[in-house]
Every structure is written in structure tokens, then in C-alpha cells.
Design a protein around this ligand. Sequence first.
Ligand code: NZQ
Ligand code: ZN
Length: 385
Amino acid sequence: MKNFEFHVPTDVLFGRNQESNLPDKLKGLGKKILMTYGGGSIKRSGLYDKLKELLKDFEIFELGGIEPNPRVSTVNRGVEICKKEGIDLILAVGGGSTIDCSKAMAAGAYYDGDAWDLVTGKASIESALPLAVVLTIAATGSEMDCAAVISNEETKEKLLMGHPLLLPRVSVLNPENTFSVPAYQTAAGAVDMMSHILESYFDQEEAFVPDAISEGLLRTVIKYAPIALKKPDNYEARAQLMWTSSLALNGLVTTGKNFMWSCHYIEHELSAHYDITHGAGLAMLTPKWMRYVLSDKTVDKFYTYAVNVWGVTPSDDKFAVANAGINATEEFFRSIGMPMTLDEFGIDDSKFEEMAEKAVVVGHLDGAYVPLSEKDVVEILRMCR
Ligand code: NZQ
Ligand code: ZN
């Protein structure tokens, strides 16, 4: 287990009607709020009206229409509003896309130039507006982490930026706000949080405590995602998923690990080029990646995964047990409605090499759990056909 620092000061307000505590939490952060949101789900659910009423003593500016896989052009539009209106804080109401876009705006507000420079690292983040969140979909963990993933529609890049200043100050996690999430997005969110856990579970560094927590979190998603899909307004299921999404990526399960991921970097290439849903891309890739990296070296870990997470019966045939765990993973993703082939996304092989090259460089995949070259990534993509 490696040395680590674990410091996550986000004030999490979890449960029914926790929005009502927002005015109190926000009043110390300023008067002028930029409220950001996506394509309209918060208006249809009534959350928009509820927040406007609760925050009536603040001066509210708005930026709606933030797209899934948020674009840097939208970030720049938000930055413009922040600068022009002298915004004190940003309130992101939505999922990972709205939150990430808002994080980038928060940093961009203190930068003179294209916010893309902050994403690529050409310019460093020196300061950021405070950010508060009302989460509406359990998926990315952006509500309790300091990362943002931003797409550049011109260069077809999707890159991750991270800085402690981007960590939300306050996050309202009311599971009722996720009752209206459509089945496809509920399932994709479940896969995304599972993937965040798996990316760190399969790590060159062994660490028993985070792995034991990881196994419990994975079993939680496996138990509750199907319940939420069957009954979208089941509070308990939505609550378990919501808290798991935060715990999956707030640093807890990566403590003592190398934090070198694989599937995410391949998926980011797919969503950069084809604008697909992040979690759905991960559902397709993850079991293929598992099969590709299963070997004499990794079989023990896959064996433990199969037994502890999927309840596969232990046996002397380690590979049979390990494969049963991988099959169970794939079957689960399929059972919750995720596409499992590139064909289902309408993606052909014309960009395999280009995407593989970028994924290896951006993700430092040569240092991953099982090091991957461009050739390996192309092979994994071929397995998805
Ligand atoms: O835009 P609206 O109308 O709100 O609709 C959204 C969107 O169409 C809908 N939705 C969200 N909450 C809803 C709802 N519909 C009905 N009722 C609700 N309560 O769901 C759709 C997807 O929303 P989005 O915010 O895109 O989903 P998600 O939270 O999965 O975020 C995905 C983005 O986050 C990035 C992904 O790459 C992707 O760009 N990630 C961010 C990470 C981070 N910051 O740490 C890590 C992740 O690995 C990931 O890369
Ligand atoms: Zn993810």
C-alpha cells in the first residue's frame, strides 16, 4: 500500500429535501450565482422552479443547454457570463456534464484566454470560483471529486483536467432528484460508477482496505441498479446508487493505489469522436478489456473478483472461476440494457488506430495495470465488433 493523502472537504447534504439547506450554505460564498444546467430535465422535474424559489434572495444568472460530453465552447460562454456579471459562485444543477462544464468555467473565470488552455495544461489553474452542486443523476462522482472532462468539438479531443480548487464546496444529493432519470442513463450511470471502482481495483498495487470497500460498493450497484430500473421511484435503490457514485470516485477506493486507469481512456476516445454516452461505452469495453488482460499474472485478482463480487463458487480451476466473473460482468451490463458492440453504436473501424494512439499517450497506458500498447488497444476495440 502506497502513501497517500485523503482530504475531501466537500460538504455533502444527503437525503430528501436537502436543497432547503442550500441558501444557508451558500450565503457565505456571495450574492451573484450562475446557475448552470443541461437540456431541460430540471425544468420538467420541477427542480428548477424549486431552486429559484429557495434562492430568491440571491441574484441568479443562468446558463442552460449544457450538452452531454460538455464542450469547451460552452465553457467559454459560461466564463464570459462570469466575467461580465461579476459572478461570485456557480451552482451546477445536473449530472457530470453540467458539473464538469461548471468546474471548467469556475477556473476559466480567472484566466484570460481560451479555457481549453486550462484543460490541456498549457495554462495552469491559479484560482477558481466556488462551486456548489445539486446532483440529478448518479454516475460520475463529479459531485465529490476535483476532476472535469471537457470535449473539444473542433479537435475531437476529450480530456480530463483536475485541480483541488475544482472540488465542489457543497453537494446536495437528494435521491428523489434522480427518480426521473431515464432507464438508459440510469444503467449507464451504474456502469460508470462500477468502472471507476474496477479501474482502481485492478491495479498493480495491492491494498486490502480499499479493495474490500470496492467489493462492497460493486455488490451495491449489482443489487440496486436493477431495482431502480424496475421501479424508478424506489428511494432506497436511488439512494444506494447515489452514494455509491460519490464514494466510487472521491479518492476512497484509490487510497494506496497507483491510480493508473485503462478503459476510461479508450472510452474517452470513443465519446470524443462519436459523442456516445460515457457509461454505455464503458459497458461495452470493460468485459473485453478483462478478457484481454486475463493471464497467469492477473488470474488471482480476477479469481478474487469473481468470488467476492459475483459469488462464483471457488474451485481449483482458477481460470474457469475468473472467466465466470468476467461473463457475469458482461451479462449484467447486457441485462440492464447496455449496448455491447460497436455495431450497436454505429461505429466502424476507420478510427481504431487514431483512437488507440491517443488513448495510449493521454492515459499513459504503458503504465496501466496491464501495460497496453496501441496494438493492444486496437485489439480490444476489434473485440467490440
Ligand atoms: O441535460 P439534461 O436535460 O439534464 O438531461 C441529462 C442528459 O441528457 C439526463 N439527466 C440527468 N439527470 C436527469 C436527467 N434526465 C432526467 N432526469 C434527471 N434527473 O441524463 C443525460 C446525461 O447527463 P450527463 O450529465 O451527461 O450524465 P453523466 O452524469 O453520466 O455525465 C457524463 C459526463 O461526465 C464525464 C463523462 O465523460 C461525460 O462527459 N465524466 C466525468 C468524470 C468526473 N468529473 O470525475 C469522471 C467520469 O469518468 C466521466 O468521464
Ligand atoms: Zn467514468
